[in-house]
Design a protein around this ligand. Sequence first.
Ligand code: CA
Length: 231
Amino acid sequence: MHNVNILVVEDERNLANAICHILDGAGYHAEAFYDGREGLNAAQSGLYDAVVLDVMLPRMDGFEVVHELRRTGNSVPVLLLTARTATTDKVQGLDAGADDYMTKPFESAELLARVRALTRRQGDVVIDEMTFADLTLDLSTHELRCGEKSVHLSGKEFEVLRMLMGPTARVVSKQDLLARVWGTDGEASENSVEAYVSFLRKKLAHLGSKVQVTTLRMLGYRLEVFENLGA
Ligand code: CA
């Protein structure tokens, strides 16, 4: 049983973040990449259960990405996003090997229905927990465990950690955390992100975890494992 990871490839960052926010809210773990080539590399990592792929992308368009995936034998389900309603786009997308397509703009309910259908084809997966190094995060109870110890995370702490844990534990910027965890809450600022990261650090220290949240100046945060720390 594992968390269902969705790759979102869309160069309009606001839309990419909004899609991730919708998917996260429905219990998926979504991660965004902002150009076709990075998206292709991510899709080829094997870490994702489905891909939401925009057609119009810099460096490599969505058709080329899905064509390249299929050419190399990668069968990850792909939902293509197209801004146009032209039938040729749909045909071209499906011909290239996409499983489904959706025309922008779309309602969140439609996105979720299509993603549910795509991931169901892979077999039903129960979303229950995520792991990173010595940490296990329970996605239903928000309990964070390390060895024999556990702590309960508040809603925001949980969402921030879930983003940092992601399938690749890559660098996540404050701006992306703000957009993804706080959404359209205009009261929130980068100070809110810093505050919750500091709460998380205290909890990780309390657990005696080898995992730390490190700050990369100007870039954001990343989880790192320090083998000589902890019990
Ligand atoms: Ca685009």
